[in-house]
Write a protein that binds this ligand. Structure first.
Ligand SMILES: O=C[C@H](O)[C@H](O)[C@H](O)COP(=O)(O)O
Length: 219
């Protein structure tokens, strides 16, 4: 049976079919890293990439792939990234690696979000994985109190984001309406963004399973 890393590699390889040229938006995390390694094999086909984190930028450059500043790019055909959880509606929970804000920004500039996951990430309801919320440091305690009012148990992560902010990981949520909760949390003053990618879900999910890579579009 394939290991989780082998499944991530298979799905990363499958995503290359969506790489037609131009500038590619690239996500962050272990699955995205496999994608970057596959992208390197077809780098002559593309002009370069926009990175969703410093770590991704470094890996792209290490492979000799040109990294563009998002402000110098009009838009992208695709953004390719993993997720911590995803539903059949292609609503995602992301940010386990702390890159949620830049991921959401780069994804917003792309026509299609191609989500690449192994089968462990597909869930009926989001929230078992703690929901990351990026917060301006001085607002940390205020935002934590507001998140408790929404039914969550926020825990400060020992981490600073690429934007110089902190992350509160919110435990204990059962997220039955991710679109509403994404917007509700973003309304709290001091929140930069949260890890729900529901108001703009993925367009395509490539899911690596024991029976091969399956392609899902939103139901
Ligand atoms: O901040 C990190 C990102 O949202 C990742 O896409 C997410 O955590 C999934 O990462 P991995 O592919 O390592 O499970």
């Amino acid at each position: 049976m394939a290991t989780q890393d082998e499944l991530k590699q298979q799905v990363a390889k499958a995503a290359i079919e969506y790489v037609k040229g131009g500038i590619i938006g690239v996500g962050t995390g272990s699955t995205a890293n496999f994608f970057i390694d596959e992208l390197a094999k077809v780098k002559d086909r593309i002009d370069g990439a926009v990175a969703s984190s410093e770590a991704t930028a470094q890996r792209l450059r290490g492979h000799g792939i040109k990294v563009f500043d998002l402000n110098d790019v009009d838009g992208m055909e695709i953004y390719v990234d993993g997720a911590d959880e995803i539903t059949e509606k292609l609503h995602m929970l992301k940010g386990g690696g702390g890159a949620l804000t830049r991921e959401k920004i780069v994804a917003a500039c792309a026509k299609d979000f191609i989500c690449i996951c192994d089968q462990t990430k597909l869930v009926p309801v989001l929230g078992k994985f703690p929901l990351p919320v990026e917060v301006i440091p001085m607002a940390r305690e205020y935002v934590a109190r507001e998140l408790v009012k929404l039914g969550g148990q926020p825990k400060l992560r020992d981490f600073t984001t690429d934007n110089g902010n902190v992350i509160l990981d919110v435990h204990g949520l059962t997220i039955t309406d991710p679109v509403a909760l994404e917007s509700r949390i973003n309304e709290i003053v001091g929140v930069v963004t949260n890890g729900l990618f529901a108001s703009r879900p993925a367009n395509v999910l490539l899911l690596a399973t024991a029976d091969g890579v399956k392609t899902l579009t939103a139901r």
